[in-house]
Design a protein around this ligand. Sequence first.
Ligand SMILES: Cc1cc2nc3c(=O)[nH]c(=O)nc-3n(C[C@H](O)[C@H](O)[C@H](O)COP(=O)(O)OP(=O)(O)OC[C@H]3O[C@@H](n4cnc5c(N)ncnc54)[C@H](O)[C@@H]3O)c2cc1C
Length: 467
Amino acid sequence: MHTVVLGAGLAGLATAFEIAKAGGKVTILEKEDYAGGMATSWQCGPYWLDHGPHRFHSRDEELIRHIYEILDNQVVIRERLSRIYMQGKFFHYPLKTQNLLQNMPKGILMKAAWDYAWIRMVQLFKKIPDDNFENWVLKRFGRTLYEIFFGTYTAKAWKMPCTEISADWASQRISQANLWDTVKKTLRPPSDGSVRSLVSEFWYPAHGGIGEIGRKYAEKIRAMGAEIHLSTPVVRIEIDGAKNARRVIGMKDGREHAFECDKVVNTMPLPRMLEAFDPGIDDEVREAISRLKYSSIVFSYLEVEQPSVSPDHWIYLPEKELTVHRISEFKNFSDDAAPGDRTVVCCEMTCRRGDEIWNLDLEGAAKIAARDLETVGLIERGSAKGIDIARVRYAYPIYDLTYKENLETLKRAAKEIGNLHTTGRQGLYRYNNMDHSIAMGRRIAKTVLKGRDARAEEVAAGQEYFG
Ligand SMILES: Cc1cc2nc3c(=O)[nH]c(=O)nc-3n(C[C@H](O)[C@H](O)[C@H](O)COP(=O)(O)OP(=O)(O)OC[C@H]3O[C@@H](n4cnc5c(N)ncnc54)[C@H](O)[C@@H]3O)c2cc1C
């Protein structure tokens, strides 16, 4: 039985790894000239660069052991440090009492407490529905915190009003249940350390950036005899009369190459996979595809001639006046990311493919990024130089108010093909993390090998906190 995997991100690699390990025949087709997908890293002079901060964290002990196995135990554990820049000051995130009390103007603290008490009281008389991101946050944190952080940051990072964003996103990305819960956890962290450790500790490859996971997977998969075809975008999936995929066509060196298949596991973006179907999809599916949107990101990498810019792994910049919404410093993830006397700061800017941010060149992006870093006081004027730029088109699926019904239409179309599974962040249009994509890939491999549904779709499907 031959399985063809579409995409060599972590989901596709994990799938192929498990199939190959069990002795199965598997081939991966990947559009880019590297394996690892969004969780890739590359060298630029003396630096290792990632697509923004990529920390691996999980509560699943077995999955963590798996990562150690893939990385040949070359792993470092880091104590997360991340902050938010608000009102001209830096605040720890998750919040810490002393830092909050010291830095936040007392007037704002009192207003936040009053707003929270007010919204709780209002809810005794009137139920506020969880029908969008704004309402979800307002009823749990009050208007002041919504306006100075949650709302401002989210509208900026998503480039759309919070009333048009689904509440699903809030529940998966905000670790505290409400303001009172935040205050309690800040004053007295939970003794079992559960949520705190998920939030505060993470694993990272000792060498080669986060992309080392993808590289090691690829190395091990090839060593087991499986094929990975890089620079081979999937252009067509030929489906027979019994609604099974029979051949996958990849474009390599300007020529079409056909790969016969018994099973297909898709991890490339779901809309693009459906558009490759031959015979093609119907108008209803095309229509749903046109309504599913993605947020893209431009990453500007600034070299700074100083040993370090901050001790943080990343810093959120919610202020509307700044274009950059988050920065990260790879040196703080692993020692080999930069030499001792210099550092690189990665500055993220949200955009839509084709807009003016997307079209910035290296210099243009660096100019905006450096200006923002100077504004927040992290670097001196003229001390940073743009050394690289990266663009990720399918960075985030946009959970707008209609995404669920559009997505259902796409998933139904994919399910019609009997021998095809779709999984991973892109294959499911799901806002999940690396550990989830790996877990999904490993479960799909079980499904393929045993012919029994190993419930890959249940990974990261709930309302639990993803971090
Ligand atoms: C800025 C940012 C920060 C993040 N930070 C974290 C973090 O701190 N922790 C965390 O756990 N997760 C983080 N993530 C999420 C993490 O990157 C993803 O969950 C994970 O990498 C997804 O893996 P995947 O294999 O599911 O998808 P992808 O990595 O997107 O893989 C899909 C693959 O399909 C390929 N492909 C596309 N089209 C075709 C085609 N036509 N033919 C063949 N191949 C094709 C792509 O090139 C890609 O390799 C972050 C994501 C972003 C954008």
